[in-house]
Design a protein around this ligand. Structure first.
Ligand SMILES: Cc1cc2nc3c(=O)[nH]c(=O)nc-3n(C[C@H](O)[C@H](O)[C@H](O)COP(=O)(O)O)c2cc1C
Ligand code: SF4
Ligand code: SF4
Length: 267
């Protein structure tokens, strides 16, 4: 029992290639060790209304294009009235976020939540990788996990904080929210995905993994025009069959696929 965090704590997690899941798992494990009932839920497979069951709400997502993916913003915008409920956030990133913690705080306060802590955690980059994972990535991951554990201990002790950078607030929110906006259109132009029909086993996993329903199976996967390049399909295709057309990116996996699929409820 923790007097500072309402229980249960439910952390809604979106993770493209596994980093954010790993960080959120670490936070949950430290909270559980501290005696706090804590659960992780896949954000893209939950509805904002589900969060009424949480007495403290956690939000965990990767930074993308200096902001968050449009469906992450939508989930947050659609949360029910907070009625003073405590909320914390954690993002993972490769370097720079554009100060997303500020606009997120503003949005949550407007919705009646009580922000208690935000942490941005550096993890290995999953963006357009040309190199397989190396020692540097392992060091970054270790340090990221230590940062996550320290954040969780701060939450337990009531010592966490949530700063704001109001200058970019509305810009960062607007870029993120609109998946048909210029930023995401440019991502789609730059990274058109395709499946190699010689490698693809037609298993259909990529279709189940895509958080925005951008993949339909027509024998091999067919990619629509809603991709936000979250990396899921590319990272977890068991045959390494998906790549950017005409390119040879190295898929990055921040988590054991079996563990991740179990979390997502995918057989
Ligand atoms: C499309 C895309 C855009 C990204 N944009 C940023 C960014 O603006 N700043 C940054 O520091 N990292 C950026 N990254 C790196 C990811 O935020 C980082 O690797 C994160 O830990 C991935 O988390 P995940 O494995 O949970 O998806 C980007 C990655 C992708 C795929
Ligand atoms: S996950 Fe890979 S092997 Fe399975 S259908 Fe998709 S592209 Fe093909
Ligand atoms: S098509 Fe692949 S990279 Fe694009 S949004 Fe879906 S899972 Fe993510």
């Amino acid at each position: 029992m923790c007097f500072l965090l309402g229980e249960p704590v439910i952390i809604y997690v979106f993770s493209g290639s596994g980093n954010t899941w790993t960080v959120a798992r670490e936070i949950a494990d430290v909270l559980l060790d501290g005696g706090v009932s804590t659960a992780l839920r896949p954000l893209e497979r939950s509805t904002p209304e589900d969060s009424v069951n949480a007495n403290t709400l956690g939000l965990a997502f990767p930074v993308a294009m200096f902001t968050a993916y449009p469906f992450v913003w939508k989930f947050i915008e659609d949360l029910p009235d907070g009625r003073g409920k405590k909320v914390f956030m954690v993002d993972t990133l490769a370097g720079l976020s554009g100060g997303i913690v500020g606009p997120l705080k503003k949005t949550l306060v407007r919705k009646g939540y009580r922000p208690i802590g935000a942490r941005e955690i550096r993890m290995p980059s999953n963006y357009s990788r040309k190199e397989p994972e190396g020692e540097k990535d392992a060091r970054i991951r270790l340090s990221g996990l230590a940062n996550a554990a320290s954040f969780a201990r701060d939450l337990l002790k009531g010592r966490s904080s949530w700063s704001s950078f109001p200058i970019f607030s509305d810009i960062i929110r607007k870029i993120g929210y609109c998946s048909s906006g210029a930023a995401w259109r440019s991502v789609r132009r730059k990274f058109p995905l395709a499946a190699d029909s010689d490698k693809c086993s037609r298993c259909g996993l990529c279709e189940k993994l895509c958080p925005v329903g951008n993949i339909s199976m027509a024998g091999t996967p067919d990619f629509g025009d809603a991709c936000v390049f979250c990396q899921r399909c590319l990272s977890f295709c068991p045959e390494n069959a998906i790549n950017v057309a005409g390119s040879s990116l190295v898929p990055y996996r921040g988590v054991d696929p079996a563990v991740f699929l179990e979390f997502l409820g995918i057989d």
